[in-house]
Design a protein around this ligand. Structure first.
Ligand code: ADP
Length: 926
């Protein structure tokens, strides 16, 4: 058992469930034992050995002032880092853990992105669980961004909703409640969806009573009751988040001033799969570049970027609110000059939401407060950029309403009076505050200056008074202030000089007066440092008290910035204001894909979905533009509900409650998941979740299984969506067969992406037209891809036969394989066997047991009568095409006669006689 300093370290470590402990030892933070090895590995620190009572331990340390970057680096790698600080006691000093820095409570982040801490509780979780919880699957979710103080709560109806919300906010750390934490499957899914880590936190904190208490303490009883959080689940998640923030000691609780609750009906349901499929914030390949957000983001502030991102990932359903946003975007889009001026002003703003959190946590220094001062100073300019320009009286001005201008001015005034313009980084060395701010401080500074002046001029005085030539006055750590005299004149110093040190060329002396002055200077320096620090802390606390004001101003800056960004993109790319309606329709004239249009000479396309025509089957060759057309529809819908203009000449957009997509995804293949299973899960989710007010995009359904299975599923899903769900749907399929559905289901229509095909060359026109394609292009693509010509032409044949449900002969392999056969379709050798594709089993049947085909065999073309000619495998070895299959002359003659018979004009007896005759002739033929 280790004792001494290492023992103390290990004891503290045992108290915390953090992964790493940094313990203050004087001027350093030290890591010992395993922790030393870990930080050494992760951060390239040098490890030394610490001997302690006969044992030796690895040890690594960083200076006090340099801990932050190390902690940050460790936390960003997913570790939870405990920090133990040293404090003085009557008999020496002691240490205790003062905070635990975790991914979700890290304040000093490198980027501008929001950094959420989430807590998730499941119904039946925690104390007093109701039995009903088992079956119903609601979740309470709380999300707090400790860097800005944002605090959101909601209830998710089921696991899919929960995952969608989590995916949208991508929290850095998730605290699962007691039940969720035991759900390995859900945790696994969450881990896969998110980049953040999962931390286990005291189950008690999720208990209803304690959680509710925490929420009331934090937000006030009225707020907690009035924001509409009637969901106990959401409250419990909120309580757990608050408990965790308090316990980890981030000190930002005070910046969480507002609880925002949102419900099911507020936002468009865009599940995690759809967020990915539509590449809202990152592409399928995982890059930010090329995403919708990156394309339309022209914000000039960090907070504006965060807000715009939120608008894009959480489109809304409230038409009035969206129209207000669109009004503002329209005004800004029309007033280019005023917009530029506004953006220029906003560009100078610092991140007030984050500064508020820094102020409340106590980590803000003088420079942070200066940033607050400078940003508050922009408020008049910001107001002027709206109220003094073409934007006055426009809906943009409404954004400024409710801003407490007087309070902003007062706080700015106070900071301007208090802060020195170029303060040092350290808070304790003085120089933070301006002259005139505090009389006592000014007095101390004046006395200090006077004493310093005396010291500065001492050398001159001594030279003059005692005729000494080489005299300097200086100070260092060991000797304090001293008078240094050159060796050559050292014996001429006056008597009251006391020698303290002899150097090579000089001697150092002190005098009583110098010692006295030194004590005074040090006392003044200390007093000034302390007083300044005290005053500064008071100032910082006053700023912290105004956290809500800072957040308000920060929100206004963010909102103006996000609106101006939307306007900038709309104006620069010829986007148009969508007309929002509650009718069930999506009507787009000359629409474009918002991302693809940036890099391509884009061909605009129309789209009409409405009550008469709610389901479009989209056909066309591979690579013709089907996916692009459908995603474009979904993105136009989404942009409209984000309050943005849209890439189209005109658009009437009926608001939707959800956008659901299912797209054949390559990455799932790469992950080795059963694609068909995933595909069916996604389809199932859509069929369950979508409503008559939803937009559904299906990009191929049923490809992951046998053809006829696939067609059947696609067919049935179409019927269900059309008849039961009645969602507006776009369905791209390579199953040409589905296009016939338009003849049977009233609201189904076909559209196709047109191609120009001449001399065997296909030109993609990118134009979407009504009606189905007249062929399937899969084989054509095989041809383009360089598949050998014999295979391509044979595939064409097989396809034709399949379509007509005719028998195909399976060709046996030729001796010598590819080389010998040379790929020639009519090469000799091998056998031919007739097979029929069996609809019921979804497989090919050889004609040995071609029963099903025979049963269905109602073909009018005599050549495909299976029983007559296909009795045995042909043995002549000639692989002829089905049309060339030889019929013996007698059979042919019988068939000809049969088809010539006019049944109506022939007497029944006569008919019977002829049938008998034919039978005899055919029998004789066998
Ligand atoms: P499909 O889904 O039919 O296989 P995609 O939608 O993936 O085809 O489109 C294939 C290519 O055509 C993409 O590179 C896309 O950028 C381009 N494209 C699609 N639609 C258009 C259009 N309307 N104008 C210009 N290029 C387009």
């Amino acid at each position: 058992m280790a004792t001494g300093i290492v023992g103390e370290f290990l004891d503290l470590k045992a108290e915390t469930d953090a992964d790493v402990l940094a313990m203050q030892c004087g001027d350093f933070y030290e890591f010992f034992a395993d922790d030393a090895e870990l930080v050494a590995d992760e951060l390239d620190l040098t490890v030394s050995q610490k001997s302690s009572h006969g044992s030796s331990y690895p040890m690594a340390g960083v200076p006090l002032s340099e801990l932050t970057p190390y902690v940050k680096a460790l936390v960003e790698r997913g570790y939870r880092v405990a920090v133990a600080d040293q404090y003085e006691t009557d008999d020496g000093h002691a240490r205790e853990i003062t905070r635990v820095v975790t991914p979700g409570t890290l304040l000093e982040t490198a980027d501008d992105d929001a950094r959420y801490l989430a807590a998730v509780v499941r119904e039946g979780d925690g104390g007093g669980a109701s039995a009903a919880g088992e079956a119903s699957g609601s979740y309470g979710l709380a999300l707090a961004d400790v860097t800005t103080g944002r605090f959101l709560v909601t209830e998710a109806g089921d696991e899919s909703d929960l995952r969608a919300e989590l995916y949208r906010f991508d929290p850095a750390e998730v605290l699962p409640g007691p039940r969720v934490r035991n759900d390995d499957r859900l945790l696994g899914a969450v881990r896969e969806d998110l980049s953040g880590s999962v931390s286990v936190f005291d189950a008690e904190a999720f208990a209803p009573g304690r959680a509710k208490h925490a929420v009331r303490e934090q937000f006030g009883r009225e707020t907690a009751d009035s924001v509409g959080v009637d969901s106990d689940l959401a409250l419990r998640a909120a309580g757990a988040v608050l408990g965790y923030v308090a316990e980890t000691g981030a000190g930002v609780l005070a910046s969480m001033t507002r609880l925002t609750a949102y419900g099911d009906g507020d936002h468009v349901d865009v599940d995690a799969t759809t967020q990915r499929n539509l590449e809202l914030t990152e592409t399928m390949r995982g890059d930010g570049e090329g995403s919708l957000f990156e394309t339309i983001d022209h914000t000039v502030t960090a907070a504006g970027g965060r807000l715009l991102r939120e608008w894009v990932t959480r489109p809304r359903r409230d038409r009035a609110a969206l129209d207000r946003r669109l009004d503002a975007v329209e005004a800004l889009a029309a007033a280019a000059l005023a917009r530029d001026r506004l953006r220029e002003t906003l560009g100078e703003a610092y991140d007030l939401e984050r500064l508020a959190a820094r102020a409340t946590s106590g980590s803000a220094g003088a420079r942070e407060l200066l940033s607050v001062r400078d940003t508050l100073a922009l408020v008049p300019a910001m107001l002027d950029a709206v109220e003094g320009t073409a934007l006055a009286d426009s809906p943009v001005a409404a954004v400024l309403e409710g801003l407490d201008r007087d309070r902003a001015r007062a706080l700015h005034g106070e900071l301007a009076d208090a802060l020195a313009d170029d303060p040092p980084k350290a808070k304790t060395q003085g120089g933070l505050l301006r002259k005139g701010y505090d009389d006592e401080l000014d007095g101390l500074i004046a006395s200090h200056e006077e004493a310093s002046e005396w010291l500065d001029t001492l050398a001159e005085r001594e030279k003059r008074q005692y005729g000494l030539s080489h005299v300097t006055v200086d100070r260092n750590k060991t000797d304090g202030y001293y008078i240094q005299v050159g060796k050559s004149v050292a014996d001429q110093v006056p008597e009251h000089y006391r020698e303290i040190k002899t150097l090579k060329n000089s001697k150092r002396f002190v005098t009583d007066e110098l010692a006295e002055r030194e004590r005074e200077v040090l006392r003044l320096e200390e007093a000034r440092g302390e007083l300044e620090y005290e005053l500064f802390e008071e100032l910082r606390e006053r700023v912290a008290d105004d956290a809500e004001l800072l957040q308000d101003v920060g929100r206004v800056v963010a909102e103006m910035d996000a609106l101006a960004s939307l306007a900038t993109h709309a104006a620069g790319n010829d986007w148009t204001r969508p007309e929002l309606t509650d009718e069930r329709r999506l009507d787009v004239e000359a629409g474009r894909h918002p991302v693809v249009e940036r890099t391509t000479d884009f061909v605009p396309n129309d789209l009409r979905l409405d009550a008469e025509r709610g389901f479009l089957i989209v056909t066309g060759p591979n690579m013709s533009g089907k996916s692009t057309y459908m995603r474009q529809a979904a993105l136009i819908q989404l942009l409209a509900q984000a309050g943005s203009f849209v890439p189209a000449r005109a658009a009437t957009v009926g608001l939707v409650d959800g956008i659901y997509t299912r797209v054949g995804a390559l990455d799932e293949l790469a992950q080795g998941r059963s694609t068909f299973m995933v595909e069916m899960q996604e389809l199932s989710n859509i069929l369950h979740s979508a409503s008559a007010d939803s937009l559904v995009i299906l990009d191929e359904v049923g490809r992951g299984t046998a053809t006829y299975d696939g067609i059947s599923i696609a067919w049935a899903a179409t019927e269900y969506l059309h008849n039961e769900v009645r969602a507006r749907t776009l369905f791209a399929t390579h199953y040409h067969e589905l296009t016939t559905l338009a003849d049977h289901l009233p609201r189904v229509a076909n559209v196709h992406v047109a191609v120009d095909e001449r001399d065997g060359e296909v030109t993609f026109l990118r134009t979407v037209r009504d009606g189905p394609t007249n062929r399937s292009y899969g084989v054509h693509v095989a041809d383009l891809a360089g598949v050998p010509a014999p295979v391509v032409s044979r595939a064409d044949e097989v396809l034709d036969r399949l379509r007509e449900e005719k028998a195909i002969e399976a060709r046996g392999s030729r001796s010598g394989g590819r080389e010998a056969g040379g790929g020639g379709a009519d090469g000799a050798g091998g056998g031919t066997e007739q097979v029929v594709f069996d609809l019921s089993s979804g497989s090919f049947a050889g004609d040995g047991d071609a029963g099903p085909a025979e049963a269905d065999g109602e073909g009018t073309d005599p050549t495909d009568g299976p029983s007559r000619t296909g009795g045995e495998p042909t043995t002549d070895g000639v692989a002829a095409s089905p049309e060339a299959e030889p019929l013996d002359p007698e059979t042919r003659a019988v068939l000809d006669e049969l088809s010539d018979v006019d049944v109506a004009a022939t007497a029944p007896v006569e008919l019977l006689a002829r049938v008998q005759e034919w039978q005899e002739r055919l029998d004789g033929d066998r």
